[in-house]
Design a protein around this ligand. Structure first.
Ligand code: TIU
Length: 227
C-alpha cells in the first residue's frame, strides 16, 4: 500500500488497483477561442492545470498505473444530446455549431479531442461521455471492473461540474476517490475552493484531496505495476 498526505486524512491506496482518471482535458474547454471561452469564461484559469497534471500523468505512467481519459461530447447527429442540454444557457455558440476548432463538442472534431500536452498513449482507455458524469451512458464501470480498480485518482475539468459529478457517481459505486487539487480546474476561483472543500468535508464525504507534489512523491516510491 502507498500513502499520500491528504485532506481530511492520509489517503492509502494499492497502485495495482488504482486508476488515474483525467476528465475532459479537451481543446473545446481549454484553448483560447474555443467553446469554453465562447461561454464567457477565462480559460487561463483552466490552463493552470496542464503543467501539474502532465507531471502526475508522467509519474502514473512510470508507475504502471492504469490511465483513463474522458471526453465530453456528442455524436454528429446529436442523437445522444438531450434537447435540454442543447437549449441550456445562452452561449454565443451551441453544441454542434461550427466553432473555431470544428463543430463544438462533436466526436471526431479537432476541438473535441484532448489537448496535445496530455494526449493519450496507445493502450490507454478513452471514454466518450455524453453527460457530465463519466459513468452515465459509458463503458467506464466495465473498464474499471476489467482492471480490478478500487481507487480513483481524479484530475481534469471542471472541478464543480464534470469532476464533481464523476466523483459523486464513483462514490455511489463504491470507489475511493482522491482528487488532485492543483490538477482540477474551474472557470470560477470561488467554485474551485468550495468544490474541493465539499469533497473532503464531513470526513471525506465524497473523497480525499491532495496536492500533485504529494501524489508525485508517493507515486515515485511505487514500483511499476506488472500485469
Ligand atoms: N467537463 C465539464 O466540466 N463540462 C462543462 O461543461 N463544464 C463547465 O464548467 N461548463
Amino acid at each position: 500500500m502507498t500513502e499520500i498526505p491528504a485532506t481530511p486524512s492520509p489517503f492509502t491506496f494499492d497502485p495495482a488497483t488504482t486508476a488515474l482518471v483525467i476528465i475532459d482535458m479537451q481543446r473545446d474547454f481549454l484553448l483560447p477561442g474555443g467553446f469554453g471561452e465562447s461561454l464567457g469564461n477565462d480559460v487561463a484559469l483552466l490552463r493552470t492545470v496542464i503543467e501539474p497534471l502532465a507531471g502526475v500523468l508522467a509519474c502514473a505512467r512510470a508507475a504502471g498505473i492504469t490511465v483513463i481519459h474522458t471526453r465530453e461530447g456528442h455524436l454528429p447527429d446529436l442523437s445522444d444530446c438531450p434537447p435540454s442540454k442543447l437549449r441550456r444557457g445562452n452561449p454565443a455558440q451551441r453544441i454542434g455549431d461550427p466553432g473555431r476548432f470544428g463543430r463544438i463538442l462533436i466526436r471526431g472534431e479537432y476541438g473535441h479531442d484532448i489537448i496535445d500536452e496530455l494526449a493519450p498513449l496507445a493502450g490507454e482507455t478513452v471514454i466518450d461521455k455524453p453527460g457530465k458524469g463519466a459513468f452515465y451512458a459509458t463503458e467506464l464501470a466495465t473498464v474499471l471492473r476489467q482492471h480490478s480498480i478500487a481507487t480513483l485518482l481524479v484530475a481534469g475539468v471542471t472541478t464543480e461540474v464534470c469532476v464533481h459529478t464523476t466523483v459523486r457517481e464513483a462514490n455511489d459505486r463504491g470507489y475511493e476517490c482522491l482528487v488532485v487539487a492543483d490538477c482540477v480546474g474551474s472557470y470560477f476561483p470561488e467554485f474551485q475552493r468550495v468544490g474541493l472543500s465539499m469533497i473532503s468535508a464531513q470526513g471525506a464525504i465524497f473523497g480525499w484531496v491532495a496536492d500533485s507534489a504529494d501524489v508525485i512523491a508517493a507515486l515515485g516510491t511505487t514500483a511499476p505495476v506488472t500485469a
